[in-house]
Structures are given as structure tokens and as C-alpha cells.
Ligand binder design. Sequence first.
Ligand code: ADP
Length: 269
Amino acid sequence: SEKRLLEIRIMAYGDRQLLLIARDITRIRQLEGMRKEFVANVSHELKTPLTVLQGYLEMMQGMESEDSVNAKPLKLMQQQTHRMQSMVEQLLALSRIEDAADINLENTVNMTQLMEGLKVEANALALGQYELSFYCEPGLDTHGNELQLRSACSNLISNAIRYTEPGGKIEVQWRSTATGGLFSVKDTGEGIAPQHISRLTERFYRVDSARSRQTGGSGLGLAIVKHALSHHHSELTVISEQKKGSTFSFVIPLHLLERRLKSGSVSSV
Ligand code: ADP
């Protein structure tokens, strides 16, 4: 007979009773696999036609004078295809990241380099309109997947910029704490009402879809962050106050951090 997949939960009641619940999740897993494959295929297939559209629109725009009647619609069409392209990119990124199969946590990620790269990217996004501050604890490296970690950090930083009015302040940190390496992004932006916080990492979930559409997002960023972090035995923490700002953070647990043999520290053999 075919193999079944069971999910088993054991719960303790007082100190004398255990309750065991077994659930057949074979079908759920199959459907989930189909959904993932479908999303991955569709987004892959959409890439080519979008690139073609984008190319022709660019060409046509180049041929129109700026005050022609076609200039404005062409510009809008180009913006919208560009938006569609970045959503397709994000869908692909999400389906790649959801696939835990190819994740290798043995490589060392140089966090100083990674933070340098993030800083360059953040400066390009901020266009000099924000007060950005970066702190990276020297030599605090971790094991993990560099692409996924970078993608998680980069999504959090671009959100902080997108959901903060120009003139605001954004503080990015990577430093050690008692429980591991703490990465945090603090902004002085619009904040998030408490009832939304637990749902932010759901695919396509956005607090205010009209406003978020203006900011050019897809609602997939934090879903990507969640999956990337879960591969690193970590999860997203959100602290936010409306109209004051938000702090998004995660801790990479001690066992994944690259052990440093500093002079004066005791190393066990
Ligand atoms: P989006 O592409 O819409 O930004 P995300 O998954 O990255 O999608 O974020 C989901 C929603 O969470 C956003 O639409 C926004 O409402 C909210 N959000 C994310 N980051 C912040 C932030 N730093 N400040 C305020 N709201 C935020």
C-alpha cells in the first residue's frame, strides 16, 4: 500500500496523563507540493513575456517625444510591467526559499561583508532622504546560506525605508547577545496596528493594500524573510507602535555562530 505521512502530537495533562493525537497529513502535503510547483512554474513562465513587453515599451518610449499624447500611457505601462516583473521575481524567490532541500548550513557567512553590501544597497534606496545608521560587531560571523540571509536582511531594510516618510531614521544592527547574533532594523515610520502583526509574514498580506501598492510592494517580502529565517533556526520578532515606528529583528542561535577563539577566552578541547 502507499506510504502515509502522519503528524503526531503528544500533550501532557498534569503529571499523570498523556494525550497522543495522530493526524494523516499525506493529502495536505501532496496539495502543498502541487501548489508550490504550480506557483514556481507560473512565475517562471511569466518571466519571458514580461521581458519582451518591457523591451518593446522601452523602445517605443525612446521613439516618442516627451509631449506626445502617448508619452504618459507608455510611461504608465512601463511602470506597471516593471511592477509585475518584480512581483514575479519575488514569487520565484519565495518558491526557491520554501524548498528547504538545498540548504546547506555549513558555509561561513562573512557578516561584515554582508552588512557592507546592505549598507550600499540601503544608501541607494534612501536617496539621501533618510538618516541611516549601521552597526556591525567585528568578527561576528555565522554559518548559513548567504543568499537567504542577505535576502532576509535586505527585505527588512527596504521595508523600513518604504514605510517611513523621508526625513525619518533607520538603524540597522548586527551584534552578539546572550542567545545568539541579533540582527535588527529600527525605523521611525508609520508603525503597524497590533491586530496585523501576527499576520505580516503570510503570503500577500498587507496592512493597507492601497497604500502598499503605492510603495510598490508585493506582500511577499516578509513571507520570504520568514522562510529564510526558519532555515536558520530563527524567527522574526516585530515590535511596533503606530505613528512611532517599528523594530523588526531576529536572532541567529549560538550553535550557528562561527566560534571565535579570542585571546583570553577559554576553549574546550
Ligand atoms: P510589501 O511588499 O507589501 O511590503 P511585505 O511582506 O514586505 O510586503 O510586508 C507586508 C506588510 O507589512 C506591508 O504591506 C506593510 O503593511 C507592513 N510592513 C512591513 N514592514 C513594515 C515597516 N517597517 N513599517 C510599517 N509597516 C510595515
